[in-house]
Design a protein around this ligand. Structure first.
Ligand code: 4AD
Ligand code: MG
Length: 433
């Protein structure tokens, strides 16, 4: 009996005969020899099939197989330094489960729209294999990072009665006829309540924005990681964000080398993410942009994507920009005691033109100031009564941030567009498949 194994574990079986279960990614060869590129979800390996060394029936069946035919193959694991995973398999037997022809996604170039319409099949390609496995490693790295530091995962609801990040990007739904509900834009407000109950918490789940922007950075549904910490100030928030990003990149480099290689990612761009991220204030960043010939930045405005690209291009590591003007940021951010026109917030801008991957702040813990901001933003006070309770009962300084998962994965993978970082991306123009 040969052991059933997976391609990522072939190294444990050198010299042995194993059973692999998967799909034919590609096939070449002729006459008495076939080279089957087998994939099983964990990786890709070449299986050498020689007539005479496998039953003739299997050899002939394999010769009929098109891309994505499914099969079980038995063979000996042979070290091969030229092979991508370091091994190849020399077949001795097996069976074809399903002969397939005309798989719609071939190794040739297809347009983005064609591929997105076939996302359910596109996921089988090598590039998507690499991206999704890196996404998985990012998620695991995030959870272990917070778990190791004593954070408790307390998830926030997806249905909410109010806005967190401005009313212009809310998805509204009919909640049993008599009530309106919205899909959450951010779990933060609930994470604040959880932090005052548990000290250090995070929530991690899907968030929704009716973004009418068709940029390479925007999805309408994306995953956000949101830690929230009682007794934290802006510096604590910045340090936590930096430590977490360093940990994520380190873990991906440790666990997902073959995937990064499949993407032909320049590893030097990731190996330099070691901490000590530059921190500059909005005022300092503004000065740089106002003097920059390519910037159209207007003093006092929020930074646009081209501005973020200019600022990030000056550094190898992500840049943290703090203390933005109050009018460009959300209602809950704490006023800067040194300059009441600013708030104690931070945006982390990733290198290579990826843009903002993290937005965070210290929160306004003063009831009256928060009430004034809710009024100024014309938010319905009655829906925020529970949130205001956090300032009525044991209010403490606290803060946190939100990390966009897909933008982070996009950066680490070196993707052109954030849509490839989501398994089934939701865009303004696409909710299928
Ligand atoms: O900066 P944002 O809007 O911050 C918040 O929502 C805070 N409530 C988070 C917090 O403090 N707990 O969003 C946080 C991050 C952004 O930096 C970006 O990475 C990502 O979420 N993001 C998006 N990613 C993809 N598509 C979109 N439409 C996104 N909007 C935000
Ligand atoms: Mg933001």
């Amino acid at each position: 009996m040969s052991a059933v194994t997976t391609i990522d574990r072939l190294g444990e079986h050198a010299g042995q005969t194993v059973e692999l279960r998967g799909w034919m990614h590609n096939r070449t060869g002729k006459g008495k020899l076939q080279f089957v590129q087998l994939r099983d979800g964990t990786g890709f390996v070449q299986v050498v099939v020689k007539r005479g060394q496998v039953p003739d029936e299997l050899f002939d069946r394999l010769a009929e197989c098109g891309q994505e035919s499914s099969m079980v193959l038995l063979g000996e694991v042979k070290p091969d330094p030229r092979a991508p995973g370091g091994f190849e398999v020399v077949a001795s037997g097996g069976r074809v489960l399903h002969v397939t022809h005309d798989f719609p996604i071939t190794p040739k170039e297809h347009g983005a729209d064609y591929l997105l319409s076939r996302r359910h099949l596109w996921l089988r390609s090598k590039r998507q294999w690499a991206v999704m496995r890196i996404r998985d490693a990012v998620i695991t790295a995030i959870r272990t990072f917070f778990d190791d530091r004593g954070f408790v995962c307390i998830d926030s609801p997806m249905f909410t009665p109010s806005a967190c990040e401005g009313t212009s990007t809310l998805f509204e739904l009919d909640y049993f006829g008599d009530q309106k509900a919205y899909l959450t834009q951010s779990g933060q407000l609930y994470a604040e309540a959880s932090a005052l109950a548990f000290g250090k918490v995070y929530c991690f789940g899907p968030t929704f924005r009716a973004e009418k922007s068709k940029t390479r950075r925007h999805l309408t549904e994306f995953w956000m990681l949101e830690p929230e910490v009682a007794f934290a100030d802006l510096d604590d928030v910045c340090q936590l964000a930096e430590d977490m990003v360093v940990h994520i990149v380190k873990e991906v480099l440790r666990r997902r080398r073959p995937e990064l290689e499949a993407l032909e990612r320049d590893l030097s761009k990731l190996e330099c993410i070691v901490g000590g991220f530059p921190r500059i204030t909005y005022e300092e960043a503004s000065k740089i942009l106002l003097e920059h010939p390519d910037s159209e930045f207007v003093a006092g405005d929020d930074f646009g994507a081209p501005d973020e690209t200019i600022l990030s291009a000056m550094h190898d590591q992500p840049v943290m920009i703090t203390r933005y003007p109050k009018q460009v940021k959300a209602f809950y951010m704490k006023e800067d005691p040194e300059d009441p026109s600013k708030v104690l917030c931070v945006d982390m801008i990733a290198p290579e033109g990826v843009g903002e991957i993290i937005g965070g702040s210290q929160r306004e813990e003063d009831l009256d100031k928060l009430l004034a901001e809710i009024a100024k933003h014309e938010l319905p006070k009655e829906e925020f009564e529970w949130y205001l309770d956090l300032r009525r009962f044991g209010s403490v300084p606290h803060g946190g941030f939100g990390l966009g998962l897909e933008r982070t994965v996009g950066w680490i993978c070196g993707l052109e567009h954030v849509r490839e970082a989501a398994p089934y991306p939701r865009l303004m123009t696409r909710i299928r498949p």
